[in-house]
Ligand binder design. Structure first.
Ligand code: F3S
Length: 404
């Protein structure tokens, strides 16, 4: 890989041990993936924030770093709402370790806004054609596919390295040739809301790390595209997809010859299937989702809810108290910009948590079964929290006693 004189000197350690380490990470990745050079990035989104996922080793690694990031950089969700962690049921020891992680990132100049939807809080972070170093899989998918920016699936350390150096290695989704669709999906029924998460569960499993292109019978909204991409990043490793006539690069692409047809029946099956985990509550088989269990937590906001999704939740919660504990996860910025919606939601007894989510928080682990409107949470909660999950449309998730 070609390095400039300045990059060589950083690699030699002339700018200190932290930048040397960061440059080593970037150049090693570049060499492995055949990059020709480093390219400037507009922003970084850094995963590896929850103490649940990085533990003491991660905390120690970040705490030892010195210096300041040189591009706008923000964090992925942490393991708790940084203010309301006790309401979530997080213990004091975890909270203290989590606060230390946030503080370590703050010392490096990272904006301690913990969200997987950075595109809702600052449009400057990513625009069409920008090169980025983002590391949360749904955010990567949204940036590449819906915004038309360019990022690889960075790990936490490589995103942080890019933030410190201001560059990333030029390979993968930064290059036009890797943005060409590899597999087509035709869907001949109308989809709405959580249908897109269910479609993502099916398509991601088929596409693996390929680039899907969709031909749809309905036009998805941006939040539906967010749900589709997030689910494909969880059931497969999809970082970029195109939707004919909808996403910004779709007009430059040919629909692939290899095409899979998806029918309504397959989408419905995702809602009807269980998640395949043993039921913690000891329920047997029997109901329509094959496990007989009753969800004891409704968890929405994976990826973090937008203002329009909060609005929908507020409308559905009007005039009734949900039977189950309800968490709605969003970013601090979206919450603070919508105090009226948050008040309407919380008046019903539901909780709006920020900085965190149901997957990366240890607080989810005490539940038996999570009901969610997200294809990604449906896939991840069983595997990462050891808790069963069901997927349903938002109106079913938030239904009151009368509506069941
Ligand atoms: Fe975001 Fe957590 Fe889902 S990080 S995409 S809400 S698993």
């Amino acid at each position: 890989m070609h390095l400039t004189q300045e990059e060589e000197s950083i690699l030699e350690g002339d700018s200190g041990p932290t930048l040397k380490k960061a440059m080593e990470i970037l150049t090693t990745l570049g060499d492995i993936y055949g990059a020709d050079s480093l390219i400037p990035v507009k922003s970084a989104q850094i995963a590896g924030v929850s103490y649940k996922t990085i533990g003491d080793a991660g905390l120690e690694w970040i705490s030892d770093l010195e210096g300041t990031v040189v591009v706008p950089s923000i964090l992925n969700p942490a393991g708790m709402d940084l203010e309301r962690w006790q309401e979530m049921g997080v213990d004091a020891e975890f909270a203290s370790k989590q606060a230390s992680i946030i503080e370590a990132y703050r010392r490096l100049g990272v904006r301690c806004e913990c969200t997987c939807t950075p595109y809702y809080i600052d449009k400057e972070l990513a625009a069409f054609g920008d090169h980025l170093a983002w590391s949360e899989s749904s955010a990567i998918s949204y940036a590449n596919s819906v915004i038309g920016a360019r990022t690889n699936r960075e790990g936490g350390p490589s995103a942080l390295s890019a933030a410190l150096i201001g560059k990333t290695a030029n390979y993968g989704y930064h290059l036009d040739e890797n943005r060409i669709p590899t597999i087509g999906f035709e869907v001949d029924c109308k989809l709405t809301g959580a249908d897109y998460g269910a479609l993502g569960c099916l398509a991601g499993a088929e596409a693996g790390s390929g680039v899907p292109m969709f031909r749809l019978s309905s036009k998805p909204s941006d939040t539906e595209l967010k749900a589709l991409g997030a689910a494909m990043a969880a059931s497969g490793a999809v970082a970029l997809y195109h939707v004919e006539g909808v996403t910004p690069e779709s007009g430059q692409q040919e629909f692939p010859d290899e095409t899979i047809i998806i029918e309504r029946r397959q989408i419905d099956d995702v809602f009807d299937e269980g998640c395949g985990k043993e039921c913690k509550n000891g329920y047997g088989d029997g109901n329509r989702n094959g496990c007989g269990n009753e969800p004891d937590l409704v968890a929405l906001g994976c990826p973090h809810y937008s203002a329009s999704e909060l609005e929908e939740a507020a409308r559905l919660l009007e005039d009734h108290t949900p039977e189950k504990e309800v968490w709605i996860c969003t970013s601090r910025r979206v919450r603070d910009a919508n105090p009226g919606l948050v008040r309407r939601i919380e008046d019903s007894g539901a909780k709006v948590f920020v900085d965190t989510c149901m997957v990366v928080s240890p607080a989810t682990d005490r539940f038996g079964c999570v009901l969610t409107d997200s294809g990604k949470a449906f896939k991840y909660v069983p595997n990462l929290c050891g808790v069963r999950a069901r997927i349903a449309h938002i109106n079913e998730c938030l239904a009151g006693e009368d509506s069941n």
